[in-house]
Design a protein around this ligand. Structure first.
Ligand code: ZN
Length: 405
């Protein structure tokens, strides 16, 4: 599944209509969730039936394309299934009980309710919401694909405008940089660096958030000053809020591009990439480290690693990181060290290495030991239609990908 994204241009009234479509999608999703909460145990079929009732009852729901309504139901269903599967797997901590959405940012159409123009630079939304014709701007060319290959069309609101995403059903066989056979690498993500690999390479942390922190805080203060308690907010407040959001968007995009390019590089030049099975969610709870960890964007990195891995046919293995930084990668004996000890010096065999390089080698070894019989694919359970959603949550383009066409 490929996801292409274009910026959409239209008139103000059209944007209002997009907003209304987004609100309707949210309404259908929330109503289905409510229905499930009140009638525990209802399945997909009942939810669809409920959606049909909603469309008969509310004229604004009937105005939205029926397949788009279905997509909203599927969205609710996904949330429910995720909750059930977390319960079944006995995930530690919160199980992610489905929540009502208040601020949806997107609406998804399936194969109907829209029409691409002859030049494929314009898209018309043809349902009764009346969004009409939007101009598309982007670096991708939709001419390479059949209309039937476009399985989903999504309109997404961001702080700098509206975007249209196309999910295209197209098998992708990526090309490796060269004929590298049996090249494997282990990756250790850290605080000091973004990551260290088992070949001794190190990728520095770019710290986008910290660099922009001053500007972000300034924009945030300006926004807060204009906030009026207990009153409807002024236009000046809304403008300031938007300026603040755009600054955040910029940082997010910088981080995304960085993480993506690093992941692609490792995937293209290896046949096996081993990484820690990090539970980033738990790690971020450590307040002192949390800013550095969120800033580093490891979970996004792991997701892209997995995505590119499937594109380029590179195996990605997540291993239990337990003791990987403590054990000696040369003789296997445990050498205890604190977080501040940056060099691994083994008293047993005399092996000396950078702490993180040593850990990366351990990760690689562990992966090679397990990859033979049991492959742990911690991030591979995402349905392909969701990959685009999660990966392009904020991102703007797939610039870093070299597309074989
Ligand atoms: Zn040793």
């Amino acid at each position: 599944m490929l996801v292409f994204e274009f910026k959409a241009y239209g008139k103000k009234e059209q944007y209002h209509k997009i907003e209304e479509a987004i609100r309707t999608g949210q309404f259908v999703r929330n109503k289905c969730l409510r229905y499930w909460m009140d009638n525990r145990g209802v399945g997909k079929k009942e939810l669809y039936r409920h959606c049909t009732q909603l469309r008969a009852q509310f004229h604004f729901a009937a105005e939205l394309n029926s397949h788009a309504c279905q997509a909203a139901v599927e969205n609710a269903e996904r949330a429910i299934n995720r909750f059930y599967s977390n319960c079944k797997k006995k995930v530690a901590g919160k199980k992610g009980y489905p929540k009502f959405k208040k601020h949806s940012r997107s609406i998804e159409y399936k194969v109907s309710g829209w029409k691409l123009s002859e030049c494929r630079k314009r898209i018309a939304f043809t349902d009764k919401k009346g969004i009409g014709l939007l101009k598309l701007k982007g670096s991708r060319d939709l001419h390479f694909y059949q209309i039937e290959q476009i399985k989903r069309v999504r309109i997404v609101r961001r702080s700098d405008g509206y975007y249209v995403q196309f999910c295209i059903d197209s098998p992708r066989i990526g090309l490796k940089a060269s004929q590298l056979k049996n090249r494997a690498v282990g990756i250790d993500v850290g605080i000091k660096y973004f990551l260290a690999d088992s070949d001794g390479g190190i990728v520095e942390n770019p710290k986008f958030y910290r660099k922009s922190e001053k500007g972000l805080n300034r924009a945030n203060r300006k926004k807060s000053k204009k906030f009026q308690k207990g009153k409807p907010q002024s236009n000046n407040y809304k403008k300031a809020r938007n300026r603040y959001a755009r600054k955040h968007l910029r940082v997010t995009r910088q981080r995304e591009e960085f993480v993506k390019s690093v992941a692609l590089r490792y995937i293209q030049s290896n046949d096996l990439v081993a990484c820690e099975d990090l539970n980033v969610k738990n790690m971020v709870k450590n307040r002192k480290l949390s800013k550095s960890i969120s800033d580093a964007g490891w979970s996004k990195f792991l997701m892209w690693l997995d995505y590119f891995g499937s594109v380029y046919g590179t195996k990605t293995v997540a291993v239990d990181p337990h003791n990987t930084s403590q054990n000696c990668s040369n003789c296997g004996k445990k050498v205890s060290k604190s977080l501040s000890t940056r060099t691994h010096i083994c008293p047993h065999c005399g092996y000396v290495a950078n702490r993180d390089t040593n850990a990366a080698i351990n990760i690689l070894k562990r992966a090679q030991n397990t990859a033979g019989h049991a492959e742990i694919n911690a991030w591979g359970e995402m349905p392909s239609s969701l990959v685009g959603e999660t990966l392009l949550g904020y991102g703007d383009s797939l610039n870093q990908e070299s597309l074989p066409l």
